[in-house]
Design a protein around this ligand. Structure first.
Ligand SMILES: Nc1ncnc2c1ncn2[C@@H]1O[C@H](COP(=O)(O)OP(=O)(O)OP(=O)(O)O)[C@@H](O)[C@H]1O
Ligand SMILES: [Mg+2]
Length: 391
């Protein structure tokens, strides 16, 4: 029983890699529309047929479990990947046992299917003995720990004959464990194959032009989804882009030595005020507390400035992040009139740098102080204001 779908050249290459005994796992990842989900379905169907032939398996009331097909969330698997399966694989070749989340092929072998968010399923992996797994949109899985149970369940043998154990991951580019494991580490048994839209002759003519138009304001996503680039993309919903962090790591200090004080003000709730005295990127003093008024904070900053001066580390500037909390810099400027050393007082207010999109997000985030901190940090890092200590 065959499918009418013929694999593309790239899909064939992926299948050949999976057939290589040295390869245990393949990440087939990259551009949108390259044919990744289709490959996963074709491969799972082909392996099922191959195992039936190779091990002379017969139809049974209790089909042999051979693997797992899934995605991060079971609902997404059913809505998208399983729908694709239904369009590719002839309906007479399989049946679904939805209650048990089983996909039975030729009444002989079966796959578990569903989401790695399902604890019942993960428990099933504990006692399962399987040979293969296909995980679609694997970039949605936040941590490699979530797939350990799955990896450990690949231990099937048939009549004491060895069975190849393989995992196919398909994904769109995103920074994280997939990139670390399959692209950066270059392990011999965990292999990466880039998928490109140009590998897939079945896409409609206007596919790429439409994508370019839709993503014209997000060049990083366009590079990932059109060109299959894993270089810079940190995921559509990831706020702090890997690229910014790398840039911050490269930031070098300029001589002469600088001593400064940096303060991030919090006034209410669980959030805390943080004041750091810095000698270049080295923290020499710190003062962290919650729920104090702005006068208290101005006093604390002044006290730190004087202490640093007596240590021979007189601060030449004090930067205060006053977002949503103006006042501290005004009080400090008053105090400064009687100081006996020059010091620049700088108000850092990232809200002024914001685009309307950020502004709107910030308003939504106002009830959550942690979220606000992340957004401030993000803006500072993105504007080159943040320096990551390299010592
Ligand atoms: N070998 C094939 N034969 C016929 N059509 C194919 C083949 N491979 C892929 N296609 C078609 O190309 C389109 C894109 O394929 P698919 O959905 O598998 O891509 P994808 O890489 O999973 O996309 P996305 O990144 O959006 O998840 C689909 O309409 C699919 O049916
Ligand atoms: Mg897909």
């Amino acid at each position: 029983m065959e499918t009418l779908f013929r694999p593309t050249e790239k899909q064939l290459l992926a299948i050949r890699l999976l057939d290589d005994p040295k390869v245990w796992e393949l990440l087939y990842g990259g551009a949108k529309g390259g044919g990744k989900t289709t490959l996963g379905c074709l491969w799972c169907f082909a392996i099922a047929n191959r195992m039936i032939e190779a091990y002379h398996l017969k139809p049974s009331k209790y089909p042999l479990l051979i693997g797992f097909m899934g995605r991060r969330r079971g609902t997404d698997f059913v809505r998208y990947t399983l729908e694709k399966w239904k369009t590719i694989i002839p309906s007479e070749a399989y049946r679904l046992k939805e209650r048990n989340q089983e996909l039975i092929i030729r009444n002989t072998v079966k796959y578990y299917y569903g989401g790695l968010d399902n604890e019942e399923l993960i428990k099933k992996f504990n006692s399962a003995e399987m040979a293969i797994a296909f995980v679609d949109q694997a970039e949605e899985i936040e941590s490699e720990k979530l797939v350990n149970e799955l990896r450990m369940s690949l231990r099937l043998t048939i009549d004491n004959k060895p069975v190849p154990h393989k995992i196919l991951w398909t994904a769109n580019p995103r920074a994280g464990w997939l990139k670390d494991t399959f692209i950066d580490q270059k392990l011999p048994n965990k292999v990466f194959l880039r998928s490109l839209w140009s590998d897939n002759p079945y896409l409609p003519d206007q596919y790429v032009t439409q994508m370019e138009d839709a993503l014209r304001n997000t060049p990083e996503l366009l590079k990932a989804y059109r060109d299959g680039s894993w270089d810079i993309v940190a995921g559509a919903d990831q706020i702090i882009q890997e690229e910014w962090v790398n840039q911050a790591k490269e930031t070098k200090l300029h001589l002469p030595d600088r001593c400064v004080i940096g303060a991030d003000i919090a006034r209410f709730g669980d959030d805390q005020t943080v004041i750091y005295g810095l000698n270049n990127s080295k923290i020499v003093m710190e003062n962290i507390y919650g729920k104090q008024d702005l006068y208290y904070t101005a006093d604390q900053i002044e006290e730190m400035a004087f202490k640093m001066k007596t240590m021979g580390l007189c601060p030449s500037a004090i930067g205060v992040d006053t977002t949503g909390m103006p006042g501290v810099t005004d009080i400090l400027r008053r105090k400064q009139q009687v100081w006996n050393f020059p010091c620049k007082i700088i108000e850092i207010n990232p809200i002024k740098l914001m685009t309307s999109g950020w502004k709107a997000m910030k308003e939504i985030a106002l009830p959550c102080p942690e979220w606000l901190k992340i957004m401030d940090f993000t803006l500072e890092i993105n504007n080159g204001m943040l320096l990551i200590n390299q010592n």
